[in-house]
Design a protein around this ligand. Structure first.
Ligand code: UDP
Length: 264
């Protein structure tokens, strides 16, 4: 009964809503939905470093689908509806809160630099940080005072965001630990989902090796975007390894790249 399935407008005829560094958002098939398209572009240091890495978008689409679907399944609300094809997923339209929420379990990256901690030091407890999403300003770190004073989120919303961040961290830490990976830190974004007069905060954007630090527990190898930031090479191999360990790709399977094609 394939012919009864809704048809999607080909990509080039869809209305583009927003283009970011690694993703494009298109108008969705129904009101209140969008299509999130994963590109192969890799950027770092506020886009000063840029490369196209064949296959990265396909892997991130699959990994993010896997993580968001599991979050939905355990009752952590997200914008994710379903994956459409190799590079695209159907999502709910939300009002993005202009904050990057970083959760850290182990010292690395900017925290290690800022506080003079050795990379790899276990933190006394998980730490949540907020950064104001603004490329021109280089995403500066902000406190709850800034967030409420400038009206980016209310105190109640900050509480909801922190509760979500802790649940996502606990879920992801356990999931990755089970496949021999240490979740060092990750970034998540949130949005306001309106359902009639009701609003709730949901996890939005993506969660993938582009936005997490993932270290192999045995070898300490980096299986994330630091391979690109630090010119370590082997980014696709690392992301493929993450997908394989999560059971998304079969042992010898490689991602197919190329244009968006229907998977089923
Ligand atoms: N991160 C991200 N997007 C950003 C900044 C950070 O996804 O614009 C992620 C990054 O991959 C890491 C975590 O957030 O998993 C913490 O990053 P950090 O503050 O250490 O900054 P970085 O060292 O990546 O500049």
């Amino acid at each position: 009964m394939d012919f009864l399935k809704p048809r999607y407008t080909p990509m080039n005829r869809r209305r583009r809503i927003y283009e970011g560094k690694a993703k494009v958002l298109y108008e969705g098939p129904e009101p209140g939905t969008l299509i999130q398209h994963f590109k192969d572009d890799a950027t770092a240091f506020n886009a000063k470093k840029h490369e196209v890495i064949d296959g990265k978008g396909v892997l991130n689409n699959r990994i993010s689908e896997f993580l968001f679907q599991h979050l939905n399944d355990i009752g952590v609300p997200t914008h994710f509806i379903r994956r459409l094809n190799m590079r695209e997923q159907l999502i709910r339209e939300v009002e993005i809160i202009p904050l990057e929420v970083v959760v850290r379990n182990v010292a690395a990256g900017s925290l290690a630099t800022r506080l003079g901690l050795e990379e790899g030091t276990q933190l006394p407890r998980s730490i949540i940080e907020f950064y104001y999403k603004n490329d021109q300003l280089n995403d500066p770190m902000v406190s709850e005072e800034h967030i409420t004073a400038f009206g980016w989120a209310t105190p109640q919303e900050i509480d909801d965001i922190m509760a979500l961040a802790i649940r996502v961290n606990d879920f992801l830490s356990g999931l990755f630990l089970g496949v021999g990976i240490r979740l060092v830190d990750f970034k998540m974004e949130t949005g306001r989902l309106w359902e009639g007069d009701m609003m709730r905060i949901v996890v939005a954007d993506e969660i993938s090796p582009d936005s997490c630090r993932l270290w192999d527990i045995k070898s300490q190898d980096k299986l994330d975007k630091d391979r690109f930031r630090k010119d370590l090479g082997g980014l696709i191999e690392a992301y493929t390894e993450v997908a394989r360990r999560l059971g998304i790709l079969a042992e010898n399977e490689k991602v197919q790249t190329g244009g968006p094609r229907l998977v089923q």
